[in-house]
Design a protein around this ligand. Sequence first.
Ligand code: BGC
Length: 575
Amino acid sequence: MPESVFLAGDPDWWRNAVVYQVYPRSFADSNGDGLGDIRGVTSRVDYLANLGVDAVWLSPFYPSPLADGGYDVSDYRDVDPRLGTLDDVDRMIAACHEQGIRVFVDIVPNHSSDQHAWFRAALLSPPGSPERARYIFREGRGESGEIPPNNWASHFGPTGWTRTTNPDGTPGEWYLHLFAPEQPDFNWDNPEVVEDFQKTIRFWSDRGVDGFRIDVAHALTKDMSEPYPSYPTGASYELESIPSDGSHHLFDRDETIEIYRGWRQIFNSYDPPRVAVAEAGVPIDRLNRYASSETLGQSFNFALFNTPWSAQEYQSIIASSLSQATAHGSSSTWALSNHDVVRHATRFGLPEGTDLNQWLLTDGTKPELNRELGVGRARAVTMMLLALPGSTYLYQGEELGLFEVADLPAQALQDPIWERSEHVRKGRDGCRVPLAWKSDGSSFGFGSDCSHLPQPAWFGALSVASQDGVAGSTLEMYRDALRLRKSLNHSEHLAWVDSSRDVLHFSRADGWHNLTNFGSEAVAMPAGDVILSSSPLAGKELPANTTVWIRVRRQASAKDRVRLPSEDCSPRASK
Ligand code: BGC
């Protein structure tokens, strides 16, 4: 391991961090094989430092047969040889740390790959054996066990059960998989599973990793006692259907929270303590169970993925997120995109209420995407989120204003959702197309003659090279915003300011105001010095779909202000 890989400093660094998600296979390809890799990430650390991010989160780079983009892990403590070696990861961590960038890795604890040594051993072992007890195997129903143990669905559709074949060729038990059949669910009642994940967390912490993103954090332990409740379709797994009393057999169980208490002890045994963020699909008032200082510390807040374009709607979500986080000593998270959703520059450019899956099935032709509107709104909301207390998670390519690649041909699709839904859902490949670093040339500088998902011609104009140093480009706006927001980090104070109906207006410390115009008309701005705007300003007016940061010369008077419970957003807030 290279020397001095650890970053010391403020143990609360994560509270207001900007974390950049790298989807390693699509970021930068150092060896020209069409797949992004770890050395590719290392080669772009200068780019990340120049962008101004505080941390990177890498989606899984572990050995994987890629049945689900790497979220099917066959060895949690190694690197996929196509992506590099453990030495490469050590060098990448060291290179990030040298530039003051922290590193998060992804932990996938709900399920492994079916190629994991434990699952292969389980298939070769008889029912009831210790090897099978690490996963969830059950007898089928019906005369010869031909009917799955119950009707639970897979998130990727259709059934969540797959039948095994015994070594002698006869049909055997069934195993549970909440995702693809290549992703068998672990049995978290088994102490061996608990211990093995603790070992994984120590393994990466010892190598200098600063934090962990926990995949499907609300699953893990399950109540497998009979009679099984009927969860007839995937819709039974939607947020709204998860009861808030912890009685769901699959999700948000108290025993799962206990597991994270154990992990917290490990995180806190390091100096500085390791941090974590939960991907927990639970109702907003249950997120704090994952985000407490005794468990994972922080939890993703996905509410903004579907918020209607309205100042009131955004304000209400922001206020409730801040007050939830404050009440539990956590800090809020903000995100508009990740590797699982249609890119937000596209979402903002489609008519309200568009069914995104249907739109993808038309290759993005119906309805037509308004790119100018999409990227304009994307820039405005991004700036607004970057002015809020809390940490912001960015997804690679959003700093370029990338749109979803909606017209990927069927034969290029890799997401298991496409096949498992019998071509009714196109899946998530359109946001995972490799980045364009150059404006032309093979794979636009991604690093090979071809890329594992085809890049469209329009990527060149949105490449890093096309925007680097270009005033007003989306890339330069992100760089400016990330640099400027650092001056806000000493305080988590926020005050709402009463403004016109369509404007979301709040102030932070030192007279810093954020105004975002959700309306269709330009509005007057308060007097002050403009710090940054998301699109060019017309005199003293704030155009529609635009955010401006202003240092206001006079503090808004008390009567101008609307006070909400979240006004003081942290126990540490400076007044
Ligand atoms: C990840 C997905 C993945 C799923 C199963 C998630 O929520 O973000 O990409 O398919 O977990 O691991």
